[in-house]
Design a protein around this ligand. Sequence first.
Ligand code: DQA
Length: 215
Amino acid sequence: MAKGDVRNQAPPTPRRPARPAAPRPLPGGASRPAIAGKTRPALPPGPIPAVPAATRIRVVSGPNLDLLGLREPEIYGTATLLDLHAELTSIGAARGIELECLQSNHEGDLVTWVAHAGREGFDGVVLNAGALTHTSIALLDAVRASGLPVVEVHLSNPEAREEYRRRSMIAEACVGKVTGFGPASYALGLLALVDRLRGGAELRTSSNAGRRGGV
Ligand code: DQA
């Protein structure tokens, strides 16, 4: 048998289960007094409460957003996509939000990442589809197929730009949209999405306290 191969080795000698130590007899056969505070309190009846699972959000960026920081900085700013992902991750970490940040220049990748997000254990999606926002019915279908709340975000404000950017193909299937705030659009979209998932507990103000979901 090769060294390190454990398949045919004899099973290890089973260890004797540890026996609780017997109390030492008191001199003269006297009984021990109960010691206050030494007994473990009984567990309350009913199921043991589960530790709440982290909220899992997928952040998806589309074509040309890999060039953030280099591409048209007068419109999109100088922060890179890595900077943006690091910022979102720290915002998420402080709030018990687990993030997966993805980028692709290929429509099919975006379709798969969005449509399958729910089956892959995510609770919602923040989506900057780049130029595919204005053209992709496949991505619209993917948002619907996901069955998840999806927030559309843009660094710039496409509605204040060229005519062909004013139409979003995905907006009608998204729960909301944040545009025009640079990288903060992603952060605001993330917080708004988590607020919605947590029934208004994340961005509570006196006017929305207790309100659930959106309009
Ligand atoms: C963008 C706006 C789109 O019109 C453009 O095609 C992009 C970036 C934004 O984040 O502002 O690639 O989605």
